[in-house]
Ligand binder design. Structure first.
Ligand SMILES: [Zn+2]
Ligand SMILES: [Zn+2]
Length: 295
């Protein structure tokens, strides 16, 4: 079957893949070669558009190759996104891989806070797909990633605070069309101390976040690092109409990971492909009846 486009992929132009030091490895090129090999027709290189020096971390919060980005103040610092270099690289791979449709993108972190800073780096009107991501939040001691906050606070408090920020982000920015990885905070959930993540205690908070995304006419990304059936289920029930698929690959061989399982799961909840792999999948009328909605 036709796989949807992978709408969330990182290459050497994302700071957290090593930035300039990894540029010589040609990760974007290797990613395209892999995509062609597995039969993917379209891909979006959604590089991180994070604003440097805006969140704190401890060395253990970062992958070993990222620890050089911690500055003396304990904040994550790196060179701003290299827009010119990125567009040149996209141009090169488009010529080299004419059978693969290669699209531009960014994964904009905290777009509700950093619109002005981002505008100095890149004109988002030139970008094919803008993902909005919530990577950090401030629980009173400066912005930090959920993984840092889980060590400092009650995990329930952190998870709820994360989900409560999503409507704030949606209402505070209209530059992004897709909300990426709503399950981001679950990635660093402290399973070893409090047990496996159970979504049920957070059901209202997840549903509230999803309603704000649906009401804001955004799509929800199905981030395929982990597949959770309750995400498309609650998204459909919240009135969510559209989804994208994103592997969030940081290495070539993670592109389109779990896509066959993810598409089967989305079909189960009534989402259907469009005409091309780039089209968002949308929920059909039949399922709207099934969930009690009136379209
Ligand atoms: Zn992200
Ligand atoms: Zn990402």
């Amino acid at each position: 079957m036709m796989l949807p486009a992978d709408s969330h992929v990182h290459s050497e132009w994302s700071w957290d893949t090593g930035g300039p030091t990894s540029r010589a490895t040609g990760r974007m090129r290797a990613t395209c070669a892999y995509a062609v090999r597995i039969g993917l027709e379209a891909i979006y290189f959604t590089e991180h558009l994070d604003i440097p020096d805006t969140w704190r971390a401890e060395p253990e919060d970062l992958m070993p190759h990222q620890r050089g980005f911690l500055n003396s103040a304990g904040r994550v610092d790196f060179a701003p996104f290299d827009t010119v270099g990125y567009f040149e690289a996209i141009d090169r791979v488009r010529h080299e891989f004419p059978g693969l449709r290669i699209h531009t993108g960014v994964e904009f972190g905290q777009p509700h806070l950093f619109g002005r800073e981002a505008a100095e780096v890149i004109d988002l009107d030139l970008i094919d797909r803008v993902l909005g991501s919530l990577h950090s939040l401030d629980l009173g001691n400066g912005r930090a990633e959920p993984g840092t906050l889980f060590r400092e606070h009650n995990p329930t408090v952190v998870m709820n605070a994360y989900l409560e920020q999503i409507p704030v982000m949606v209402n505070g920015s209209d530059v992004f069309e897709v909300l990426a990885h709503i399950d981001y905070a679950i990635r660093t959930w402290p399973t070893a101390t409090v047990g496996p993540f159970d979504p049920r205690p957070f059901e209202d908070a997840f549903r509230g976040a999803m309603r704000s995304i649906a009401d804001g006419d955004r799509a929800l990304e199905m981030n395929t690092r982990r597949l959770w059936s309750w995400i498309p289920e609650w998204w459909a029930e919240a009135g969510g109409k559209a989804v994208s698929f994103g592997s969030d690959a940081h290495t070539p061989d993670a592109v389109a990971a779990n896509f066959p399982e993810a598409t089967a799961m989305l079909e189960h909840f009534g989402f259907q492909p469009g005409r091309t792999p780039e089209d968002l999948w949308v929920r059909s009328r039949a399922t709207a009846v099934f969930t009690g909605d009136v379209l």
